[in-house]
Design a binder for this molecule. Structure first.
Ligand code: FAD
Length: 632
């Protein structure tokens, strides 16, 4: 029997980003004992990288903003494929979640009259992103950690033990969820530093593990984003939705090669930066798609006036939703109007005084100065699309964040549905706060309603340990495989064959490659010991990366239309017959199956927030027969 450290909690939250921390706070406020387990250092989750801000219709910068406008923008951004109930809850609750952060101690940038300042972002009708310069995610995490420390101090005052009700297990990777019958019974993992195994017995697990970007070669994501939560949920019997929708952010750095993919925040365009091609043309005016016609400025003069007078002018097409801008950049480069290093130009230097650029975008200024030796106050940046965010994720109940497996909950980027086929910038940070809280509540309600506690069988614990140890002593014959080589091939295949523009033959090729890589997995060999061993860590991550990549490729091959973050060269048009179809992935023996499911029709009062002519661009005729506009 393998030696395993054992812990017992009411709720285990896997992930210490925005979603995880907000869930921890809520479950602890309900009086439960909570463990938070995270792969990296506490405070270093991906959320700290969020730059631009957190979308909430507080109406500080424009009093016309309200939840209905935010809801409409979110549904439009997602091309009406969003889970409308999630989009509704998100739009309604985001302002309260931001104000609540202030009560925890967050220090947002202010308007001249002292309210939380809000900035423009793509697809948002009004300036809506609460921000802290271009370091908003850092402030979000700092604030929630501070709140957690204050709760731990309360616990110390009451019990003499700081960790009586919240304990952090940092640098600990969960590799398996454990069940008792069909119910969750806990999670199994290892401490990265020592390699020692840990078992967290708990009736409720909240997955808040973030995204999957590390399966692509060019990405804004860091090493942690290997789709662990997606894969853990799949293997535990949960369903993933919308996996074909991967967001390629239009503006990643393209040069030098060592930093290719690092994000250039949309805040640059929100604050006045414009995209130009090698002819110096502001090309986005030529790329406003039919569904957005009439909503965006048609001349550079109108676009420029919009920054100061939003009532009398329409917004610049530089701030179209990300999928549109990424495709436009792709086309400009392909047609020979790109920048020297294969991107386009993003110019803030000629638009704002140098001092203002440094004040509003301090991280961007330093990022370009240090990494590319470019002074963005004096010359344009070179930018191009980079894999940034996965819209797809664990299917959850919108109100409770419960997955289909009893005791399993999910929130944040690893959950699916909220953003439909394309996420608007800023809508992730607000999503983390709204649904992180709901996941904490959902888990607390679930635990309090239990009459008996599930237990993890020793055999399952032993099996999880054996799987984790396999790369030290592979059983299967064949040439030994290096995890870095497999990772490299995976990233290249996903980037080239299931990237920003997709074709059936290429996706089939990707699936064949994934099959070959999967067959090589049992031959993975790692050298050395269990003490901090990055090769071993990667070997364990690869199992998840391959499984989740297969979901992306299979779902993308199945959806024969283009919508949001899924663009098919061979099916270039958005097809209303596909609008209410969700592709649902489940794990099969050794693979993934993709099935179609129908979206629940939108509640009539929400449907009526849209004008009929707009809905007609997305919906089939049959779906709109009940719309009051049709009765007139
Ligand atoms: P994360 O913050 O990524 O946290 C995941 C946690 O899970 C980490 O603690 C990790 O260690 C842990 N974890 C993962 N796997 C395991 C495992 N197996 N075992 C244990 N722990 C595990 N969104 C916005 O709304 N506005 C922005 O301005 C913005 N800017 C961005 C800028 C960049 C550069 C990037 C990359 C993203 C940006 N986003 C932005 C998106 C947003 O930051 C993310 O979607 C969001 O932070 C995800 O939060 P999360 O809580 O779901 O996960």
């Amino acid at each position: 029997m393998t030696e395993v450290e054992r812990h017992r909690y009411d709720v285990v939250v896997i992930g210490a980003g925005g979603a995880g921390l907000r869930a921890v706070i809520e479950a602890r406020e309900r009086g439960l004992r909570v463990a938070v387990v995270c792969k990296s250092l506490f405070g270093k989750a991906h959320t700290v990288m969020a730059e631009g801000g957190c979308a909430a219709s507080m109406g500080n910068a424009n009093p016309n903003d309200n939840w209905q406008v935010h809801f409409r923008d979110t549904m439009r951004g997602g091309k009406f494929l969003n889970n409308w109930r999630m989009a509704e809850l998100h739009a309604k609750e985001a302002p309260d979640r931001v104000w609540e952060l202030e009560t925890y101690g967050a220090l947002f940038d202010r308007t001249a009259d002292g309210r939380i300042s809000q900035r423009n972002f793509g697809g948002h009708t009004y300036p809506r992103l609460a921000h802290v310069g271009d370091r908003t995610g850092l402030e979000l995490i700092r604030t929630m950690q501070q709140k957690i420390v204050s709760l731990q101090q309360e616990d110390f005052a009451a019990s003499g033990d700081h960790e009586a009700r919240i304990k952090v297990f940092a640098e600990c990777t969960v590799t398996e969820l454990l069940k008792d019958g069909d119910r969750i019974a806990g999670a199994f993992g290892y401490h990265r530093e020592t390699g020692r195994f840990a078992l967290f017995e708990a009736p409720a697990v909240v997955l808040a593990t973030g995204g999957i970007g590390k399966s692509f070669k060019v990405t804004s994501n860091s090493w942690e984003y290997t789709g662990d939560g997606h894969a853990l949920a799949l293997r535990a019997g949960a369903r993933l939705v919308n996996m074909e929708f991967v967001q390629f952010h239009p503006t990643g750095m393209v040069w030098p090669p060592s930093v290719k993919g690092i994000l250039v925040t949309e805040g640059v365009r929100g604050d006045g930066g414009v995209l130009k091609n090698s002819d110096g043309e502001r090309f986005m005016f030529g790329y406003v798609p039919d569904v957005f016609k009439g909503q965006y400025a048609e001349s550079t003069e109108e676009a420029d006036r919009w920054y100061t007078d939003q009532e009398a002018n329409r917004r610049t097409p530089d701030l179209l939703p990300r999928d549109e801008v990424a495709r436009a950049i792709n086309t400009e480069v392909k047609e020979g109007r790109g920048s020297p290093h294969g991107g386009v130009f993003l110019d803030i230097a000629s638009r704002l005084p140098a001092e203002e650029v440094r004040r509003r975008l301090p991280s961007m200024y330093h990022q370009f100065k240090e990494l590319a030796d470019v002074d963005i106050t004096a010359e344009p940046m070179e930018v191009g699309p980079t894999c940034h965010y996965v819209m797809g994720g664990i299917e959850v109940d919108p109100d409770t964040a419960a997955a289909s497996v009893p005791g399993l909950f999910a929130a944040g980027e690893c959950s699916g549905g909220m953003h439909g086929s394309n996420r608007l910038g800023g809508n992730s940070l607000s999503d983390l706060l709204v649904f992180g809280r709901r996941a904490g509540l959902g888990a607390a309600d679930y635990v309090e309603g239990l009459t008996d506690r599930p237990t993890a069988a020793q055999a399952a614990v032993d099996a999880a340990a054996a799987t984790a140890l396999a790369p030290f002593d592979p059983e299967v014959g064949g040439a030994p495989e290096n995890p870095y080589a497999i990772q490299n091939e995976l990233q290249q295949a996903m980037n080239d064959l299931v990237g920003i523009i997709r074709r059936a033959e290429e996706m089939q090729q990707a699936l064949d490659t994934l099959d070959r890589l999967k067959a090589r997995l049992p031959n993975l060999v790692v050298e050395g010991h269990r003490q901090f061993n990055p090769g071993w860590h990667l070997a364990l991550d690869l199992r998840n990366m391959l499984l989740v990549s297969e979901c992306v490729a299979r779902a993308a091959l199945t959806r024969t239309e283009s919508r949001g973050g899924h663009t098919r060269d061979d099916h270039p048009v958005m097809d209303s017959q596909w609008r209410n179809t969700l592709l649902v992935c489940t794990a099969t023996d050794g693979g993934v199956s993709v099935e179609r499911a129908e979206q629940v029709p939108m509640r009539p009062d929400l449907l009526e927030l849209f004008e009929l002519p707009e809905l007609e661009k997305y919906y089939t005729d049959g779906e709109l027969t009940g719309h009051p506009g049709r009765a007139e």
